[in-house]
Design a protein around this ligand. Structure first.
Ligand code: COA
Length: 170
């Protein structure tokens, strides 16, 4: 994880996001987007970078390249719905939880108290992450998708931020 940074997405990240999406395996794309596309559409690139009062986006970078992406948007079942993806080579190194933690910290600062995430039923890695981050989460299975809802642990997030050793540009 040395050299990785987490920062807000910028409008000039479009080419970096395109490369990031193009580099994801079909499996990872399917787990994140629930569909496997061959070439990332311009509309998807725009959607992944759109930030406003309802949507927030963070990217993880290494040597200027994007290796992870996490977004939140105002939800219906929860205050914020989130989605996260880490490039294949970097999965299993703790980047996903770092992105989620940074995203939820920003959401909590804006008043969010609950989080939601949709996960494919056979996505063991994401479900493992969910169980670790939110042991008391409610999980509802709807047509093969697990709809996760959990309370945001604001105390833990703020404490983690104070003790964070790595540079987080959030
Ligand atoms: C889900 C995801 C974001 C987790 O991020 P991450 O940085 O890999 O998270 P972690 O490093 O904490 O790993 C999560 C778990 O998966 C396991 N794992 C991750 N990558 C692995 C790999 N390549 N091989 C085997 N196990 C792996 C980890 O050991 C860990 O399991 P544990 O909780 O039992 O220890 C990431 O795997 C990913 O991008 N998946 C595809 C997109 C997706 O599923 N998004 C979620 C729905 S929006």
């Amino acid at each position: 994880m040395q050299g990785t940074q987490i920062r807000p997405a910028r409008s000039d990240d479009d080419e970096r996001i395109r490369c990031f999406l193009a580099g994801l395996s079909l499996h990872t794309r399917t787990l994140r987007f629930f569909t496997g596309f061959s070439r990332p559409a311009a509309s998807l690139v725009r959607a992944l970078l759109a930030v406003d009062e309802r949507r927030d986006v963070l990217v993880a970078t290494l040597d200027g390249e994007i290796i992870g992406h996490a977004m939140s948007y105002r939800g219906a079942a929860a205050d914020v719905e989130i989605a996260v993806v880490v490039t294949d080579r970097w999965q299993g190194h703790g980047l996903g939880p770092r992105l989620v933690g940074a995203l939820l910290l920003r959401a909590a600062r804006r008043g969010a108290t609950t989080v939601g995430m949709d996960v494919m039923g056979d996505n063991r890695r994401a479900l493992s992450l969910v169980r670790r981050l939110w042991p008391d989460a409610t999980m509802r299975v709807v047509s093969g998708t697990v709809e996760v809802t959990a309370m945001i642990d604001r105390t833990a997030l703020f404490a983690e931020q104070r003790s964070a050793a790595s540079p987080l540009t959030v």
